[in-house]
Ligand binder design. Structure first.
Ligand code: URA
Length: 433
């Protein structure tokens, strides 16, 4: 009986590694959202869940409760509705390319996205580099945008999966982030609120990913795929390499710039495009569409036109889409040059991601000219950092800023590892589930 339930009994059962029932989880999650259950009890339950794990039915139960804790989008449209989720990488701008590309194939993409987390840049932070771009939309605005132009990228609102917002905040403070069942329910509660038919999942593995080993990445991918299927969502999951920044640009403005150069057909970074086209194709296949040539949708400008419509709909200045160099034209550029002649054999991708996130307020990011496998001669540019035009302008702070930029340049240089021979080439798509 629900009225007889007590938080302490549920915590104790999980502490003793018992399996919680849907009713208990529902009761607890409702209490988290309505404030009946205090943070210390929620934190205790999260730690018990973290330490003792949860089986797939419990994870499913938690996912359902968290999804139902709020409202969702309602998209009564005829088009198939799909999204993509990545566990987060460095230079990972796949969403920015994939969403308009897939939407240009008459598949609706209602994408709830996030902010920078740890060393990984957030899609929302990147979009904010387009002046005027609104990324906080109401549910009604998101629904209208999907109906009218077939896509939206916006942040989670207070009304969507509120239990996740509360739980995530407490996980961050209690050392309970890295739990497969908790990550599964957190991600899926938001995705299931989008009224989608299916999802392409990109679990990143390697030096620049949160999940460093293939075994753990597989466990996470399997957990998300199994719960998604039980919730009636079609899903394709991939494990992709995150040992090297994806594409050449890392950081907010430069990543949007690189996205636009790709959509304009000016650039084609092969690692980034392999991941983007694999995930986009998975969505097209899941949607059951035949005969779609995704590269043609880029070549003929359809994906770029969709991106422009999306920026316009969300209040962004479309002159930045028409002339992407505006994103970086006011920047002071500083080159980092190679101090030897050798092959790049590795890059400290997590460190690079951290530099990009930590300098977000003063820089628009870093463009890499040499990546793993490339040969650099002494004096060759390895990377260019784009300082914002207004950064370090205050005369009182100029000296400090010069020291700071020097430290950042050294940090980027020291993230490179050189060797006499090229390293073995790495597969980008490590495994498909
Ligand atoms: N992203 C989420 O949304 N939730 C997690 O728990 C981890 C990553």
């Amino acid at each position: 009986m629900e009225e007889d339930m007590r938080a302490v009994d549920i915590i104790t059962r999980k502490r003793d590694a018992k399996v919680l029932f849907q009713g208990e989880i529902d009761w607890f999650v409702r209490g988290i959202v309505d404030g009946r259950i205090p943070d210390h009890q929620t934190s205790a339950l999260l730690m018990a869940m973290f330490l003792n794990g949860m089986d797939i039915d419990e994870t499913l139960a938690l996912t359902k409760s968290m999804t139902e804790s709020g409202e969702g989008l309602d998209l009564p449209i005829l088009k198939p509705k799909f999204d993509k989720h990545s566990t987060g990488g460095v230079g990972d701008k796949v969403s920015l390319i994939l969403a308009p590309l897939v939407a240009s194939c008459s598949i609706a993409v209602p994408m709830l996205s996030g902010r920078s987390l740890g060393h990984t840049g957030g899609t929302l932070n990147k979009l904010e580099s387009i002046p005027g771009m609104r990324i906080h939309l109401s549910i009604e605005e998101m629904e209208k945008e999907v109906k009218e132009i077939g896509m939206v990228i916006a942040g989670q609102t207070e009304r969507i999966a509120p239990a996740d917002r509360k739980i995530y905040h407490l996980r961050d403070k209690t050392g309970t982030v890295e739990s497969i069942p908790l990550i599964t329910s957190s991600i899926l509660s938001k995705k299931l609120s989008e009224d989608i038919d299916g999802l392409a999942l990109d679990v990143k593995v390697g030096k620049g990913a949160f999940v460093k080993t293939i075994d753990n990445a597989r466990l996470l991918a399997e957990s998300i795929a199994e719960v998604a299927k039980k919730m009636g969502i079609r899903i394709r999951a991939f494990m992709t390499s995150m040992n090297v920044p994806l594409g050449n640009a890392v950081g907010t403005g430069v990543e949007v710039y690189e996205t636009l150069m790709i959509l304009e057909g000016e650039e084609y970074p092969s690692d980034l495009m392999e991941v983007t086209l694999t995930l986009s194709q998975a969505i097209v296949d899941l949607a059951g569409l035949r005969g779609i040539d995704l590269t043609e949708k880029i070549r003929d400008g359809s994906a770029l036109r969709k991106f422009r419509e999306f920026v316009e709909f969300q209040g962004g200045d479309v002159s930045y889409v028409d002339a992407p160099e505006k994103l970086i034209e006011d920047c002071t550029r500083e080159e980092i040059v190679s101090n030897r002649s050798a092959y790049v054999v590795a890059m400290d991708t997590e460190k690079i991601g951290k530099i990009a996130v930590d300098t977000e307020s003063v820089s628009r990011g870093i463009i890499f000219h040499k990546k793993v496998g490339d040969r650099a001669e002494r004096g060759n540019p390895l990377a260019t950092i784009f300082w914002r035009g207004d950064a370090g302008r205050d005369p009182d702070q100029r000296e400090d800023f010069t020291h700071f930029t020097g430290d950042i340049k050294n940090a980027i240089l020291s993230s490179y590892e050189f060797g006499p021979d090229p390293p073995p080439t790495e597969e980008m798509i490590i495994e498909r589930l």
